[in-house]
Design a protein around this ligand. Structure first.
Ligand code: PLP
Length: 404
């Protein structure tokens, strides 16, 4: 049996559609972020990364690096076991306390990634709570969708960021259902932010739990980096807040926070929490330093906002259309997978600008885009170089349109 022909047939389809994923092989340069060394022969040796989720450069913050180094020196590399069997390190407990405090919750529970935390928490809640129904925003992240799928409970999809649709759908459910409303604060592809207060009010009206993914908002919004729920004073009305330590916090890991019994319930019943090796103690130590730093320092957030505004303004100056949104994410719509890939390749090869093309299935077909995430370490010169390159390519595209 020629199994490879089965694999290749499906890969060929992806390639024909322009949706085949090509990863850029980089070496991040500590102290020089967002500059990185590229291992792609067709492009400059040094490139500027424009699509990192290390939004604030915390992955190279001296305090974060030092705490990881210190913890490695003290604890060695791995955790040595699952949380249940010898793997619970003091660093894990310290980090969980830090995270519970970040969101003003009783308790927190760590996972190996944000993906795993969503998958594990939603599947455990949905499968174990009596007559559970998960009401999921239609644009929720793949990790939530997989968790809901694995829960095998009833599910209802509601219109993106539409509290009225949620209200109607909640009203149609039987009164004995345990209702769980799952949604995100910042949606990372369009950069839009949910109407959190309305969603919370609708959920409260129907006695539903709220499950909020703050992955793209933790570290970024709220006076202490507690996310949009902190900024809007709503954290205490949300049943479960989920986040990552791998994006703005610059390290790795995922977590949930909420009441003591709820975290204990997920700790006790969730396969994705129990049957996997715990995060390395040094990762937990570095993440805690990052979380703690961003609780008391607003400098990184402030500088990032300035660069986000600067890039938006310069794109406007050159007439390059980008999605308006209230967040830190700047999507430039290309609306064609092949063109999107081609533009990204030219930016990388001719200009040393690295932005990953975002194609289906990450976004719907016809909404392909380049997604820029300016940070405090992008210089004004970096921004100028980017908009000049885009302006040149835009002109060439416009000419191509006229000829065609
Ligand atoms: C990235 C992402 C996750 C997963 O977090 P990781 O820590 O990267 O696994 C979860 N939810 C959303 C909305 C995300 O964008």
């Amino acid at each position: 049996m020629d199994f490879d022909s089965l694999f290749n047939a499906q890969l060929d389809t992806l390639k024909d559609e322009g949706n085949y994923r090509i990863f850029a092989e980089l070496e991040r340069k500590c102290g020089a972020f967002p500059k990185a060394k590229s291992h792609d022969e067709d492009c400059p040796e040094e490139v500027t990364v424009w699509c990192s989720n290390d939004y604030l450069g915390m992955g190279q913050h001296p305090k974060v690096i030092k705490s990881m180094q210190d913890a490695v020196a003290e604890n060695g590399c791995g955790a040595g076991g699952t949380r249940n069997i010898s793997g619970t390190n003091h660093q894990h407990k310290l980090l969980e306390a830090e995270l519970a405090d970040l969101h003003g919750k009783e308790s927190a529970l760590l996972f190996t990634s944000g993906y795993v935390s969503n998958w594990a928490a939603l599947s455990t809640l949905g499968s174990r709570l009596p007559d559970a129904v998960i009401l999921s925003d239609e644009l929720n992240h793949a990790s939530m969708i997989e968790g809901i799928r694995h829960a095998r409970c009833n599910k209802v999809i509601w219109k993106h960021n539409d509290p009225e649709d949620l209200d109607r759908k909640l009203a149609a459910l039987p009164s004995n259902a345990t209702k769980i409303v799952a949604f995100e604060s910042v949606y990372s592809m369009d950069g839009d932010i949910c109407p959190m207060q309305e969603i919370v009010e609708v959920a409260e009206k129907h006695g539903a739990m709220t499950y909020l993914d703050e992955v793209h908002a933790v570290g970024m919004y709220g006076p202490r980096g507690g996310g949009v729920s902190e900024r809007e004073g709503l954290a205490d009305r949300i049943t479960l807040i989920e986040g990552t330590l791998g994006k703005a916090f610059g390290v790795m890991g995922g977590y949930i926070t909420g009441s003591e019994p709820m975290c204990d319930f997920i700790r006790s019943f969730s396969s994705g929490f129990i049957f996997t090796t715990a995060l390395p103690p040094a990762v937990a130590a570095a993440a805690r330093t990052s979380v703690a730093h961003l609780k008391q320092s607003d400098q990184e957030r402030a500088n990032q906002k300035i660069q986000v505004e600067r890039l938006r303004k310069r794109l406007d100056d050159f007439g390059i259309p980008h999605l308006e949104n209230p967040s830190h994410i700047i999507p430039v719509m290309i609306k064609d997978p092949v063109k999107c890939r081609m533009l990204a390749d030219i930016l990388m090869q001719d200009y040393g600008i690295y932005v990953q093309p975002i194609n289906y299935p990450t976004v719907p077909k016809g909404t392909e885009r380049l997604r820029f995430t300016p940070g405090p370490f992008h210089s004004d010169g970096d921004i100028e170089h980017l908009v000049q390159a885009l302006a040149t390519l835009w002109k060439q595209c416009a000419i191509a349109h006229q000829v065609a």
